[in-house]
Write a protein that binds this ligand. Sequence first.
Ligand code: AMP
Length: 176
Amino acid sequence: MTLSDKLDLAIRNIPDFPKPGIQFKDITPILRDAKLCREITLALTAPFKGKNIDVVAGIESRGFLFGMLMAQELGCAFAVIRKKGKLPHRTVEIEYALEYGSAIIEMHEDEIESGQHVIIHDDLLATGGTAAAAAELIKKVGGRVEAFSFLIELDFLEGANKLSPFGAPIASLKHY
Ligand code: AMP
């Protein structure tokens, strides 16, 4: 069975969560299968082996799951991008627009050194607003966005268009 087939079986689709009309892609069943997690980690990191990546930056909270495993596999640092108010040390933040209102994400100001090569990872790319804000944040702290990495990309929401200004490739394991 291909990895794509395995992901089809393991990703649980929950209709109308958290609100009507959303098809929520639940990745928690994947986490029960250690061999599948290993296979996913290898597939996520394959494009970046030998590319001198310094940091994988994971987006709260599901971006932490495979983001940390990717960093381990690549032998590089892992940085957390969090919703405002969770990080204890000095932070840099960025505000971005949501469908209704806005949100703020932030990271510790010393987590990335100027000029470091960064991969941004999250479980899923939808409209791209979150990943675009993360990329702005990485740039603000002096990092270079080398790539975006996702388990799942929802093609019909065209998040890739929102990320194109950053000029970094998008690697997604599964497209719906
Ligand atoms: P966006 O900013 O629209 O690209 O939304 C991406 C963020 O929202 C990611 O952190 C995802 O975990 C979450 N998300 C958006 N849509 C879904 C969905 N259909 N299923 C699961 N998570 C989603």
